[in-house]
Write a protein that binds this ligand. Structure first.
Ligand SMILES: N[C@@H](CCC(=O)N[C@@H](CS)C(=O)NCC(=O)O)C(=O)O
Length: 235
């Protein structure tokens, strides 16, 4: 069976940037099910028409069409019960973590990389992204992103719950990773894919966890092409 995940790409179709699509890809890898990650651009609305909505990720798994990263995780859990669970601490706990990533983590990261995202897009996608996000943020993307070094302290402080959890176990889910880890790793992978700015200090336990996560599944995230070159980490 061909499973297809519609996966947001940048100007370079090999560069996959959506935090929510990364969650879905990690969840698929966790369940050990093969899939094609099909590149999709912001302005390719009609290509998602079959799903009845306009955002990625969308998973087509046989007869099932599932939009939304958390709905995809639930679907995989139900469709592949013989594979290791995505929710060893329960669905509610994973939902809490994913929603924390959606709100606190993604909001902090977005203000540090939103102009870099736009720079990784081209043509109609870059124009759509600039217009829609400048309306959302109420200003030019470059101005939203400016001064990001000054916000590092507050951003790193906002990671306290994650740091505390990682003091208890190597992964949020315990001894091995599960959906709670994927929900957060997707956000860091989003930033890493399109920006050379690293918001984590090298001695932060969150940094060490992120690197462990990037190595999972034969380096699914570590091997992924980026829109930018590697540079020295922020201090
Ligand atoms: N709650 C959704 C959010 C999905 C989402 O916001 N996807 C973005 C890409 S990161 C998208 O497709 N945006 C389309 C647009 O902005 O027009 C999920 O968890 O999957």
């Amino acid at each position: 069976m061909t499973r297809v995940l519609y996966d947001l790409c940048a100007a370079d179709p090999a560069v996959r940037l959506s935090p929510y699509c990364w969650r879905a890809k990690l969840a698929l890898a966790h369940k050990g099910v093969a899939f094609e990650a099909r590149p999709w651009r912001f302005t390719e609305r009609e290509a998602l028409g079959f799903s009845g909505q306009g955002k990625v990720p969308v998973l087509v798994d046989g007869e099932a069409v599932v939009a939304d990263s958390f709905a995809i995780a639930r679907h995989l859990e139900q469709a592949y019960p013989q594979a290791p669970t995505l929710f060893p601490g329960g669905v509610a706990e994973a939902r809490f973590v994913a929603t924390w990533a959606d709100t606190v983590l993604n909001a902090g990261l977005a203000r540090m990389v939103v102009a870099d995202i736009c720079a990784a897009l081209d043509g109609a996608d870059a124009a759509y992204f600039r217009e829609s996000r400048e309306a959302r943020f109420g200003g030019r993307l470059e101005d939203v992103q400016a001064g990001r070094e000054d916000r590092l302290g507050a951003f790193r402080a906002s990671l306290a719950p994650l740091r505390a959890a990682l003091g208890e176990a190597p992964y949020l889910a315990g001894g091995s990773p599960a959906y709670a880890d994927y929900a957060i790793a997707g956000s860091f992978q989003w930033a890493h894919t399109i920006s050379a700015f690293d918001p984590l200090a090298a001695d932060d336990p969150v940094h060490a966890w992120r690197e462990r996560m990037r190595g999972l599944y034969d380096g699914l995230m570590a091997r992924a092409p980026r829109a930018v070159e590697e540079t020295a980490a922020a201090g």
